[in-house]
Write a protein that binds this ligand. Structure first.
Ligand code: 16G
Ligand code: ZN
Length: 531
């Protein structure tokens, strides 16, 4: 290691005294002015990780749905997954090391993780549209170069696009070409092939209004437009030319407030959707003729996709058994879980909040559908299932079976299997609605969401709350779970839980019950019990 260069460059990216940050559920997030030293050091870490696993690593500068003034950074592992949990601790150590200790901490990480510093390193960089992102990504480059790493800066990309690039690079192009054109071509081709199989393909007219949260999604959707024929009409709103990122719009705003975003005028029964600030989440919604707002969240997206896939699998699995499951978190609406298990008869698994937990669980199945209620999700196909499906497309004599296999093959290509992707998810949903001839109202009517309420409260130390059973029960502080149980007993169809947030200094409370009044009352009562 070039100690001289490390000292020189780390002095250019000084750590503000007394600032401690943690690599949380979504990497580091904070006010942008506090992050320069963090991103420089994450450049170092990305280079170390790359040397450790002999593969290209990704690093994304974004704070997703946080206000424009914030920023953040996270690392992407070789197949496009989240950074391996064993390295999160190294990230935190490196970010918080005193400047004069930095070299020692790097050396310690090399020892613990068996990193050979003489190896090459390769890092892909991406960033969102925040005003602070460009400068921060320059600091990332400093970190990579100090350790002699190579980098490719993709500049402005969505988070899932960076995950895609990393996966393509490390699978020698098997997953696709590691360029934006490669991404657009792969997705648009699979989408158009799917649509061709729709019986009403002649009149295929897609009018969809998309709220891009004034973020990167708008830019990338416009770039993608030329790849689609004219019948595909996506209307872009909140493109970032007028308002601030995530301000009163975007998927998180719509989900949390259960109301339409600003900047998008909605006519009755029009299908609309919102991306979040880095385009890895999506929710749909519409307004009925009486003016009522209907949210179609990640749970209903998972349900739609599961219905579609289950039907196709039923057609092809007479020759080959494929298991399918849905992975959710504690936030999943109780009626979505009931519908999936009881009506659709698909096994459902509940895991802790955070994409890495859902992704990991979904890998256990031939077809693993995972979505968080907030709209982050995707579908994973096992290698064996994918091989079988592609083989059926080539060899199956039975027309109906072959057509079903073909649809599955296009779904495999259309869905971004590395991580939840608003653009890819949107195309999947639009294709399914077209193929099944479903309106947004039909989709919404699959089941009725149980009324629910999400609250957050500030407490002295959120870490006093420890949870178990995929965050559905509190272990500590003593007595809290008993209090929650007693409160839940008072209401019909009720459920409630508390968990410390992984991204903010708050405790989150979720409650659902038979009526909105009851869900609100239960959430409020549970919030009082937390103090
Ligand atoms: C992060 C997670 C998201 C999760 C959210 C919960 C990733 C990429 N993102 O945004 O999946 O829903 O955190 O936040 O893992 P919370 O812990 O503050 O409730
Ligand atoms: Zn996001």
């Amino acid at each position: 290691m070039d100690s001289e260069a490390l000292r020189k460059f780390s002095a250019l990216h000084p750590r503000p005294a007394g600032l401690t940050l943690h690599y949380g559920t979504a990497g580091f997030r904070s006010a942008a002015q506090h992050l320069d030293h963090v991103v420089f050091r994450m450049g170092l870490l990305a280079a170390l990780r790359s040397k450790a696993v002999t593969a290209t690593i990704g690093i994304m500068v974004t704070a997703s749905h946080n206000p424009e003034e914030d920023n953040g950074v996270k690392l992407v592992d070789p197949l496009g997954e989240m950074l391996h949990p064993s390295w999160e601790e190294y990230a935190t150590q490196l970010a918080n090391a005193e400047e004069q200790e930095l070299e020692k901490v790097v050396t310690e990480i090399c020892q613990k993780a068996a990193v050979n510093l003489h190896k090459d390193a390769s890092v892909f960089i991406g960033r969102d549209t925040r005003p602070s992102s460009k400068k921060l990504s320059q600091s990332v480059i400093d970190g990579i170069q100090v350790l002699g790493g190579q980098y490719h800066d993709y500049g402005l990309v969505t988070t899932p696009q960076l995950h895609y690039m990393v996966c393509c690079q490390n699978t020698q192009g098997q997953y696709g070409k590691a360029t934006l054109e490669g991404y657009y071509e792969k997705l648009s081709k699979a989408f158009m092939e799917l649509i061709k199989q729709s019986h009403c393909s002649g009149e295929f007219q897609r009018h969809l209004k998309i709220d891009c949260a004034n973020g990167i999604g708008a830019l990338k959707l416009s770039e993608m437009k030329p790849y689609f024929p004219q019948e595909v009409v996506f209307h872009i709103y909140n493109d970032g030319t007028k308002e601030k990122l995530n301000h009163l719009c975007g998927a998180d705003f719509v989900k949390v407030h259960q109301k339409p975003p600003g900047g998008l005028d909605m006519k009755p029964n029009e299908r609309c959707c919102s991306f979040d600030g880095d385009a890895d989440r999506i929710v749909y919604y519409y307004k009925d003729t009486a003016g009522h707002f209907h949210l179609i969240d990640g749970d209903k997206i998972a349900t739609l996709i599961s219905i579609f896939l289950k039907e196709l699998l039923a057609k092809v699995t007479l020759t080959y058994e494929m298991n399918m499951a849905v992975v959710q978190t504690a936030y999943a609406n109780g009626n979505s879980t009931r519908y999936l298990q009881e009506t659709l008869k698909v096994p459902v698994h509940c895991v802790k909040t955070g994409v890495k937990h859902l992704h990991h669980k979904a890998q256990e199945f031939d077809v693993g559908v995972y979505f968080e209620a907030n709209g982050h999700g995707t579908v994973l196909f096992s290698k064996a299932a994918e091989t079988k499906i592609r083989q059926l497309v080539k060899e199956e004599k039975d027309n109906e079976k072959r057509e079903a296999a073909k649809m599955l093959e296009n779904m495999i290509d259309l869905i971004n299997q590395t991580v939840g992707d608003a653009v890819s998810d949107m195309l999947v949903i639009e294709a399914i609605l077209a193929l099944k001839g479903l309106s947004v109202q039909h989709w919404d009517a699959l089941y009725a969401d149980l009324p629910n309420r999400l609250l957050k409260v500030q407490v002295a130390d959120r870490r006093v709350i420890d949870t178990t059973d995929a965050e559905r029960r509190a272990l500590t502080p003593p007595g809290l779970q008993e209090k929650i149980d007693a409160l839940v007993q008072k209401y019909r169809l009720a459920r409630a839980f508390v968990r410390p947030s992984g991204t903010e200094d708050v405790v989150r409370i979720y409650a659902e019950a038979d009526t909105q009044e009851n869900a609100d009352a239960l959430a409020h009562e549970v919030s009082l019990a937390v103090f």
